[in-house]
Design a protein around this ligand. Structure first.
Ligand code: MN
Length: 431
């Protein structure tokens, strides 16, 4: 799975690509963009440029078999193709962008990134969100049950809930503060009001490739064939609405008002060098049931990805301050269950998964202070505010706050690749 497209010495003729933090030629993420004309095209990112893959296909520069899927306005059809066919795209694109003899033919299809609008990469048929960040689950659990933060099922079953696909938006879309039923602990009755404890959740989104029929399942040995790739996901959360509504059926309107996804799909192929061993389960942890267990997945089914989050209040941005880094951690240290275990479990009851379905990992918090993936954890339930460089304090997000998530795949011997930002600015509730 690791091949010449991952060679750290590979170089692109596209100006600036070799030095680009996120999008050197080893990455080649996929997404959907438009120019001023408004028509959506499938593209890839190379340095500070978007390359128009529909244009390249029309010009006969990419394999003919890919052309109908590349001329669509979402990635759904492309990721419905069999794995071998869609992998030919990475090789063909890599060849075009590394061979200087192709410069004249390809250059008309390069557009500076600041001249394109990026859109949701898929028409998302369904979205669910897991809870595999064991330190997040522990930190949150401790707020309610200091002696037994993890519920008894946690180490047996990858816990999740159903999200809402209709309100997933691409990075950069303003996030309108939700309204909902809130009942303060000391109040007799709930009120309907704007959320006062608005939080973010730092997650990875797993994009599904391919389809299967109702009643079928995904053997864990096949799970990676069903992973198109990954984006950053911010599962914005209204903690006060959540606290009142979540029992007994779990989160509902406290989550479904808006979820933000980064526009570029970092493909499973691009991430091949960054697949590492899953940390061994702690002594005394139960063995997962056989349908969730695969030795090869344990050996190289975790991801070597560094994650971080920054916050800039409106006052910070107005005075030109750089954003404050809230946290930094790794996906590997955070995730108790692997992406393959998540995908296999999602289909374990026989529900059908389709190209473009989105599965969130859950909040990815590390084991130590400074690596928490939400403000709820950082402020310990709103008790310990974070101080911003302006002197402002935050337990939860205020209107005007800009929250940006970042991710970077890193491993010795390989060119590191980035996901691009996943950002949102909080705006006031609609009256
Ligand atoms: Mn979540």
């Amino acid at each position: 799975m690791i091949d010449h497209t991952h060679d750290a010495a590979a170089s692109s003729w596209v100006e600036g690509a070799d030095d680009h933090a996120d999008f050197p030629v080893q990455n080649l993420p996929l997404g959907v963009f438009s120019l001023a004309s408004g028509t959506r095209h499938i593209g890839s990112a190379i340095g500070n440029y978007t390359v128009d893959l529909a244009g390249l296909a029309d010009a006969g520069l990419l394999p003919d078999a890919l052309r109908p899927a590349l001329c669509a306005q979402t990635l759904n059809a492309l990721f419905r193709l069999d794995g071998a066919t869609r992998r030919t795209l990475r090789h063909a694109l890599f060849a075009l962008l590394t061979d200087p003899a192709q410069r004249a033919a390809v250059s008309p299809w390069l557009h500076p990134m600041d001249q394109v609008d990026l859109h949701l990469p898929f028409a998302i048929g369904d979205y669910s969100d897991f809870y595999v960040g064991i330190h997040h689950a522990t930190n949150i659990g401790k707020l309610f049950r200091p002696d037994s933060p993890l519920l008894p099922n946690y180490k047996h079953v990858p816990i999740g809930y159903h999200g809402r696909a209709s309100s997933v938006r691409v990075s950069g879309t303003p996030v309108i503060r939700p309204k909902g039923q809130i009942k303060a602990p000391d109040a007799d009755q709930p009120t309907y009001a704007p959320c006062r404890r608005l939080d973010y959740e730092l997650e990875l989104g797993i994009w599904i490739a391919g389809d299967h029929a109702l009643g079928e399942t995904i053997p864990i040995t096949d799970a990676w064939d069903r992973i198109a790739g990954f984006s950053l996901l911010n599962d914005w959360s209204a903690r006060d609405i959540q606290a009142w509504e979540y029992q007994p059926l779990g989160p509902f309107l406290s989550k479904s008002f808006h979820s933000t996804i980064s526009p570029w799909v970092i493909t499973a192929e691009a991430l091949a060098p960054f697949r590492v061993a899953q940390p061994a389960r702690a002594q005394g942890d139960p063995s997962p049931l056989p349908y969730l267990w695969d030795q090869a997945d344990q050996a190289r089914g975790a991801l070597s990805i560094t994650l971080s989050a920054t916050l800039a209040s409106a006052a910070m941005r107005e005075s030109g301050m750089t954003a404050l880094e809230l946290s930094r951690g790794t996906a590997r240290a955070a995730m108790y269950w692997t992406p393959a275990q998540i995908v296999t479990h999602q289909a374990a009851n026989g529900c059908d998964l389709h190209s473009g379905d989105l599965l969130g990992t859950g909040t990815l918090s590390g084991p130590t202070r400074g690596s928490e993936g939400s403000l709820m954890e950082m402020s310990q339930g709103g008790k310990h505010p974070i101080r911003l460089p302006t002197g402002q304090e935050r337990c939860f997000l205020e209107d005007g706050d800009e929250l940006i998530l970042y991710a970077r795949a890193e491993r010795d011997g390989y060119r590191s690749i980035g996901f691009g930002p996943c950002s949102g600015i909080v705006t006031p509730s609609r009256s």
